[in-house]
Design a protein around this ligand. Sequence first.
Ligand SMILES: *[C@@H]1O[C@H](CO)[C@@H](O)[C@H](O)[C@H]1NC(C)=O
Ligand SMILES: *[C@@H]1O[C@H](CO)[C@@H](O)[C@H](O)[C@H]1NC(C)=O
Ligand SMILES: *[C@@H]1O[C@H](CO)[C@@H](O)[C@H](O)[C@H]1NC(C)=O
Ligand SMILES: *[C@@H]1O[C@H](CO)[C@@H](O)[C@H](O)[C@H]1NC(C)=O
Ligand SMILES: *[C@@H]1O[C@H](CO)[C@@H](O)[C@H](O)[C@H]1NC(C)=O
Ligand SMILES: *[C@@H]1O[C@H](CO)[C@@H](O)[C@H](O)[C@H]1NC(C)=O
Ligand SMILES: *[C@@H]1O[C@H](CO)[C@@H](O)[C@H](O)[C@H]1NC(C)=O
Length: 424
Amino acid sequence: MELPPWLCGLWALLLCVASCGNTAPTETQPPVTNLSVSVENLCTVIWTWNPPEGASPNCSLWYFSHFGNKQDKQIAPETHRSKEVPLNEKICLQVGSQCSANESDNPSTLVEKCISPPEGDPESAVTELQCVWHNLSYMKCTWLPGRNTSPDTNYTLYYWHSSLGKILQCENIYREGQHSTCSFTLTKLKDPSVDQYSVQVMVKDDAGKIRPSFNIVPLTSHVQPDPPHIKNISFQNGVLYVLGKNPQNFARTCLSYQVEVNNSQTEAHFIFSDEKLMCDNSEIEGNLEGTICFRVPGVPPDTVNTVRMRVKTNTFCYEDNQLWSNWSPAMTIGKKTDATLYTTMLLIIPIIVAGAIIVLLLYLKRLKIIIFPPIPDPGKIFKEMFGDQNDDTLHWKKYDIYEKQTKEETDSVVLIENLKRTSQ
Ligand SMILES: *[C@@H]1O[C@H](CO)[C@@H](O)[C@H](O)[C@H]1NC(C)=O
Ligand SMILES: *[C@@H]1O[C@H](CO)[C@@H](O)[C@H](O)[C@H]1NC(C)=O
Ligand SMILES: *[C@@H]1O[C@H](CO)[C@@H](O)[C@H](O)[C@H]1NC(C)=O
Ligand SMILES: *[C@@H]1O[C@H](CO)[C@@H](O)[C@H](O)[C@H]1NC(C)=O
Ligand SMILES: *[C@@H]1O[C@H](CO)[C@@H](O)[C@H](O)[C@H]1NC(C)=O
Ligand SMILES: *[C@@H]1O[C@H](CO)[C@@H](O)[C@H](O)[C@H]1NC(C)=O
Ligand SMILES: *[C@@H]1O[C@H](CO)[C@@H](O)[C@H](O)[C@H]1NC(C)=O
């Protein structure tokens, strides 16, 4: 039987359709529907979608999703996905459905939905928006103005975290040079089971002229403790013992320590941060809770040593270990030069020296006499012989002698004459 060529073609097509269906048992699903995106709080972005239309009844639906650039792939039965996103950049989610939780299952065609940053000139948004959680008691955020901003821009900072329930505005924004700063109270979490806990922060201006800027601050990092305090330092068997008090709110195991020792005599500057230097509680008498003890070898005793210490969070309890606390107040051990004594000495010494010089000048002549005995000075004698002052005397003496001699001679002449007269 001869079939017309067009019918043959149709037959082939039908065969193909049938065989294609048979050879692909992992039948690709229809795509999800009604994918939409919304923002809650400051920057909790929520994507929602509906199940695909016309899905196989035998299929237990799972949804495969990832963010743009194939990040954070996830397969879940829920028809929504959320993420805290600093909305400074566009972010997209792609979603597809599949019939199992198996990663190698072929999902349906992926549907994409994006959210764009708020409108406005990106150059107007504030930059370097950073926050540090101080002492687990307050959060301090700083930022720099954007490039296209007028200098009298009035900024507002909003913040949100899960235990607040609503968005709050930060009071008391102030400027420190180029930086603007605002701090708000944020105490330690009562529910430590929430580990994905963070604070959402947004900075914009009152007039709405700049583009809002966002930041998400994880509370497992960016923590700066208060400085510790040194309670006592002492030398025991030639080893320097430093006793410190932990800052409040922090357990000893969550902190790394640094001890600085400056020796005033050798001008040496040591920094110790070795955990091995920590001493047992038994090594120091009367050790109390919250006290930390260090034994620092190699510090010369009998000299003045100045000791300070500081702490930072460690990776046992926190995600970063970058922020050192300030230094504790310094404590000095050794023979201290009293500050008042030192200043008095500074004042008294020149006075004594000046007095001594005056006395020295006054008695210089006498001293000269003592130092240089007066006799062996031929110049002086020479000067005395021919000097003006003594000339007359000398002359007088000379004449005197001469006169005396003449007188004597005269006398003798007179005497002789007298004798002659008497003899005559
Ligand atoms: C998508 O949304 C529209 C309107 O909200 C609704 O009528 C429709 O049923 C939705 N589609 C699915 C598959 O749920
Ligand atoms: C669903 O699965 C059952 C059992 O595996 C099968 O008999 C039935 O034909 C399937 N239905 C469809 C629509 O694939
Ligand atoms: C996922 O599917 C692959 C092949 O499609 C199969 O080899 C693997 O065992 C499956 N894994 C699970 C957990 O079902
Ligand atoms: C650190 O936190 C504790 C307890 O929350 C508080 O008592 C202390 O005053 C705080 N320190 C500073 C410097 O604010
Ligand atoms: C900022 O506030 C001050 C005082 O309220 C006002 O004089 C100034 O014009 C404001 N700046 C802008 C850019 O609105
Ligand atoms: C410091 O420790 C030494 C040695 O334990 C002790 O003699 C001294 O009294 C302590 N000083 C203070 C102020 O606690
Ligand atoms: C210790 O010496 C270093 C380096 O000379 C100096 O930076 C530091 O301020 C000194 N510490 C104290 C407490 O004076």
